[in-house]
Design a protein around this ligand. Structure first.
Ligand code: 5GP
Ligand code: ZN
Length: 137
């Protein structure tokens, strides 16, 4: 646990919160300022700041858990869709620096939007970029 981390404290019962699921690795809570009704956060119990720090195996478990939870929650909440959002870095909108996945149920006409302005690169620009990137891995 990291002393000054709110999500460490919520995930490990130091502070009270609204928990909807828990296992050995994760605590899942309701977001205090939900985008929509049922907006939940998957929190690992151990502290990892972001996707760069979290071990691959635990990240895989988080993804599998997200699938299990949204499958059940969508039915229960009557959601028409789901956004799974995971921000890394201040520029990307991360405000709490303990890895988390947002599970955001979407309802027809909920008035929320999670999106971006689509760019319009040329075919050449895209192809050049792909050429530069594909040798990274
Ligand atoms: P981020 O912007 O880092 O991806 O998301 C942080 C999320 O944590 C926000 O949606 C915010 O509402 C939620 N949050 C921040 N502090 C608390 C808290 O003390 N309790 C709960 N339940 N959610 C929190
Ligand atoms: Zn933490």
């Amino acid at each position: 646990m990291k002393d000054d981390c709110i999500f460490c404290k919520l995930a490990n019962h130091v502070f009270d919160t609204n928990i909807i699921y828990e296992d050995d690795d994760f605590t899942v809570i309701l977001d205090v300022n939900p985008a929509t009704k049922g907006h939940a956060l998957i929190l690992p119990k151990e502290h990892y700041a972001d996707i760069y720090e979290i071990p691959e195996e635990l990240l895989g478990k988080a993804a599998a858990l997200a699938k299990k939870l949204v499958t059940a929650l969508a039915k229960k909440l009557g959601a028409d869709g789901y956004n799974i959002v995971q921000n890394n870095g201040e520029t990307a909108g991360q405000t709490v620096f303990h890895f988390h996945m947002h599970l955001i149920p979407r309802y027809k006409d909920d008035g929320q939007r999670i999106g971006w302005e689509p760019g319009k690169p040329s075919a050449e620009e895209l192809s050049e970029l792909a050429g530069e990137l594909k040798d990274l891995f």
